[in-house]
Ligand binder design. Structure first.
Ligand SMILES: [Zn+2]
Length: 233
């Protein structure tokens, strides 16, 4: 079999710029791929996105009005998923976030419940935290989603004024009092009558997403959905 010029160029490129799977280190992947096919298939899919009353939706049930919510993967400690999120959040590895965003974006683009989304909005970080990290990881995930799903990404329509959020074990009225004023929508007219998809890296208690979602829902006519890369209880 005759090998193509492209094959030799790829091989040459690989010698000059060694490129390996970010999890197992396998070096037989394409230049633009982040993981090898074997590792991608081992990531723990939830299949929540098209499933009503899934565990992520139950977090928000009775707290704020959600059109649809879901997460793409299960999160467990010492797992591949934890490794990818640590790369994104603490190792300045934006490629990990773009990869995870691509995976989430592909799933969202084929989930019926999310087709009416007008805007993708990353959960804002407090400016001080974003300055220290250098970026908002949810924004990187949003950029990854946008690469594969043709929806506008609004990066600056909401700001976070307060860094902390109350824990869910506090009673409901206390929590609401403490959540007020954490997030501020800077461009409410832009979101009026729109279906907003709020995104984040991991959903745990959902307290920050709930606070931000409540701020969005104060704008007349808005519909709120939530999607995250991973979910953990
Ligand atoms: Zn691999």
């Amino acid at each position: 079999m005759q090998l193509s010029v492209k094959y030799y160029l790829n091989a040459f490129n690989h010698l000059l710029f060694p490129h390996c799977c970010a999890i197992c280190g396998a070096d037989y992947i394409q230049l633009h791929d982040f993981l090898c096919v074997k590792c991608i298939h081992q990531l723990p899919l939830t299949r929540f996105l098209n499933l009503p009353d899934n565990p992520v939706e139950k977090i928000f049930a009775g707290r704020i009005k959600i059109h649809a919510a879901g997460a793409q993967y299960h999160f467990t400690k010492q797992s591949m998923m934890q490794h990818l999120l640590v790369l994104l959040k603490y190792k300045n590895n934006k490629a990990s976030g773009l990869f995870l965003g691509n995976q989430l974006g592909h799933a969202l683009s084929t989930a019926d419940r999310f087709q009416s989304v007008d805007y993708i909005v990353p959960l804002p970080l407090h400016p001080k935290k974003e300055y220290i990290r250098g970026y908002n990881q949810a924004t990187i995930i949003g950029e990854g989603i946008q690469q594969v799903w043709n929806k506008p990404l609004l990066k600056h329509c909401i700001i976070r004024l307060i860094n902390t959020v109350t824990q869910t074990h506090e009673n409901r009225s206390t929590r609401w009092q403490n959540m007020e004023g954490i997030f501020h929508v800077t461009q409410p007219e832009l979101l009026r009558n729109k279906h907003v998809l709020l995104i984040d890296d991991v959903v745990t208690t959902g307290a920050s997403l709930e606070a931000c979602g409540a701020a969005i829902l104060q704008i007349p006519g808005t519909t709120l959905s939530i999607a995250s890369v991973a979910y953990t209880i």
